[in-house]
Ligand binder design. Structure first.
Ligand SMILES: [Zn+2]
Length: 374
């Protein structure tokens, strides 16, 4: 090394040569199968590098340890879940421990912070915009989990109810103390467990037809209208198909008169439920002759509010015009000057990523399942 700065990786390479030469590896020799038939999903935190296996009494060869920021399964088909599936089917794992830890850095992460850092390091807003338009919800992807026990429960629940995880696999959740290594078991919430399991069963049954947020956003974009359901002040249900336009992965707008049922509902209860369907076709099931329906659908829950900022109002109306009358954008400014004051604009901000569903057959008459695309 001729230059002044020796990188950490270079130092590690040097260390590695002497480690191998002095047969430092001998005491670690084992095979790829975990002796304890155990997988541990935990956080990448540096305090846990040695503490976690030491506090759990795990030696080399005992367990599959999977680590990421927070020790989370974020979605049913993410890389942590994939590793667990491999651990179960390829490596004979029978029990899974989800081990979060105290004072986890992933707890209070926020996208705003990342955004700031990314821009400072040369990522452009254009790049971030492009990623958004591909349906990636960066806010959600990079957001922390706020409450550790709830997050552990959620990850345990996702693994337990996963359609590809056999029923006999034991899954338990814990929080480990980052200093003492003490484990605290996080029990499933008893109150909710009964309803949860029936939800879980239902979710499993439907999971083969469930699609991700990007798919759902595409349905919401392409549907000729989106049904917006709300609640009247007297508690009775209300809903109607509306022309919605979207400006990012969680913001939708529609416009209406300055007074009416919609605004009354929203003023009383801002929660709204969106649903949309495309590619709807009654079909005779190609394999079994059953009467069925092919479709793509999307649902989402959001909060509605009346837009008061004039600039935002115009941006929203422009998005609506762009979406429904793109060839008449030249008349947009006139229309605005004529009717802006007589028009109310409502913004809907999604509270969770939208969920998609579909039933579609391929050319061979097989139903497309588990997100299969072609
Ligand atoms: Zn952590």
């Amino acid at each position: 090394m001729y230059l002044g700065i020796i990188s950490m990786i270079d130092q590690i390479i040097d260390f590695n040569k002497s480690f191998v030469a002095q047969k430092g590896y001998e005491k670690y020799l084992t095979d790829k199968y975990p002796d304890k038939k155990l997988a541990v999903l935990s956080c990448m935190d540096t305090r846990l590098t040695e503490l976690l296996p030491a506090a759990l009494g795990l030696k080399n060869g005992d367990a599959k340890i999977i680590k990421n920021a927070g020790g989370l399964v974020i979605s049913a088909f993410d890389s942590a879940m994939r590793s667990l599936i491999v651990a179960i089917y390829e490596l004979g794992v029978q029990e899974i421990m989800v081990v979060a830890h105290s004072h986890c850095g992933a707890c209070h992460m926020s996208y705003d912070h990342f955004h700031h850092e990314m821009i400072a390091r040369g990522v452009t807003d254009e790049t971030l915009d492009t990623i958004r338009k591909c349906g990636i919800d960066l806010d959600q992807w990079l957001e922390g989990f706020k409450d550790t026990p709830t997050s552990v429960r959620k990850t345990v629940e996702t693994i337990k109810t996963h359609p590809l995880v056999p029923k006999d696999i034991v899954v338990r959740g814990f929080i480990i103390d980052s200093e003492t290594g003490a484990l605290e078991e996080i029990e499933e919430q008893r109150e909710q467990s009964r309803t949860c399991s029936s939800f879980a069963e239902r979710r499993m049954r439907k999971a083969s037809r469930q699609m991700d947020a990007a798919f759902a956003l595409e349905v919401l974009d392409k549907a000729p209208y989106v049904t917006v359901s709300m609640m009247r002040p007297d508690g009775s249900p209300y809903g109607l198909p509306l022309s919605l336009a979207r400006t990012d992965e969680k913001t939708f707008y529609f416009h209406c008169a300055l007074e009416g049922d919609k605004l009354d509902c929203i003023a009383h209860n801002p929660t709204v439920f969106l649903s949309a369907v495309t590619k709807c076709a009654p079909t005779v099931g190609p394999k079994d002759g059953s009467f069925t329906l092919q479709y793509k659908s999307a649902t989402a829950i959001g909060k509605a509010e009346i837009v008061t900022d004039r600039k935002e109002k115009i941006t929203a109306l422009r998005a609506i015009c762009q979406r429904f009358l793109p060839h008449h954008m030249d008349a947009f400014d006139d229309a605005i000057s004529r009717s802006l004051e007589r028009t109310a604009v409502v913004k809907i901000t999604l509270q969770e990523p939208p969920v998609g569903k579909r039933k579609q057959y391929d050319k061979e008459g097989e139903e497309l399942k588990w997100g299969r695309m072609e």
